[in-house]
Ligand binder design. Structure first.
Ligand SMILES: [Zn+2]
Ligand SMILES: [Zn+2]
Length: 287
């Protein structure tokens, strides 16, 4: 069975921080440093790079994390709050590092805010990333990083409730709705625990992402879900359906952060009690 012996995830940046972590900086965005242990060896993954490199690098230093040890970088999707730090972090690492993303992550991205169009995409060209040491691995399908660790690739959209709204892209010079097909998650199978799903914003929908993980790992049970679940503007019906899916999957730990939204987090705490723990900048999860 493909699995890792353990994993340790550190939140390098999130929208919020704990009062105890006053020396750290919080900002809208997300970056996880993930240490994967297998056969006495540790592989270090960086999932997303926050809105800017300086904030991620300063927090990492204060948390005692050596970013130069990053073996690969995974981009959950192309939004700036997950990719803005990429160029600076690659320069800091100073050697060639694989950067795994869906090809759609590099497409132009916009968001409608107060009826105005705002740029929301990755703020660099592919050529700049390559020059800074990034080996771009652009794949629509799933990618195996090591036994027990999968990057989902494109997530099948089946849930009627999980419609992507408010994002735009361009096609043939025209502004069109962006369905965020580049959105992907990380699936880690941990020994004696089970599947762990790590999302960036879960633009594809958490229900859809759980179903994809179940198919990809061959296991119906999910041990933990960690990440931004993008439910801030979700209806009570959608939040309820998400709760139902988490229950069906037997999830033991729900760790929302970033764009999940207060309403959904309150519901998770109401239903799951101590199984739900909101993650903030500087928090560490060991599984
Ligand atoms: Zn996003
Ligand atoms: Zn985001």
């Amino acid at each position: 069975m493909s699995q890792v012996d353990g994993m340790r995830l550190t939140v390098l940046v999130d929208d919020f921080k704990n009062q105890l972590q006053s020396e750290l900086a919080a900002k809208h965005g997300l970056s996880f440093f993930i240490e994967l242990k297998a056969g006495g060896h540790t592989t270090n993954l960086l999932m997303d790079t926050g809105p800017s490199a300086d904030i991620v690098m300063q927090n990492a230093q204060k948390l005692g994390i050596e970013l130069r040890k990053v073996d690969s970088i995974v981009l959950s999707h192309g939004h700036y709050d997950h990719t803005g730090g990429l160029l600076g972090i690659l320069k800091h690492i100073g050697r060639k590092v694989p950067v795994i993303a869906h090809p759609g992550a590099l497409e132009p991205k916009f968001v409608m805010k107060k009826k105005r169009l705002k740029k929301a995409g990755i703020p660099f060209q592919a050529s700049e990333l390559k020059k800074s040491g990034g080996i771009l691995i652009l794949k629509r399908g799933q990618t195996s990083i090591m036994p027990g660790v999968l990057v989902s690739g494109e997530i099948k959209r089946t849930s009627q409730l999980e419609r992507v709204k408010g994002f735009k892209t361009t096609k043939g010079g025209k502004l069109v709705d962006d369905h965020m097909i580049d959105d992907q998650a990380l699936f880690v199978t941990v020994r004696s625990k089970g599947s762990v799903i790590i999302t960036g914003c879960a633009h594809a929908g958490l229900i859809n992402t759980i179903k994809q993980a179940q198919k990809a790992t061959g296991s119906k049970r999910v041990h933990a879900v960690i990440g931004g679940f993008h439910l801030a503007n979700a209806s009570a019906k959608r939040i309820g359906a998400t709760v139902g899916e988490l229950q069906r999957a037997g999830v033991k730990a729900i760790m929302p952060c970033h764009c999940t939204g207060e309403k959904a987090i309150a519901k998770f705490i109401e239903v799951f009690g101590e199984k739900c723990r909101q993650l903030r900048t500087g928090d560490v999860v060991s599984l």
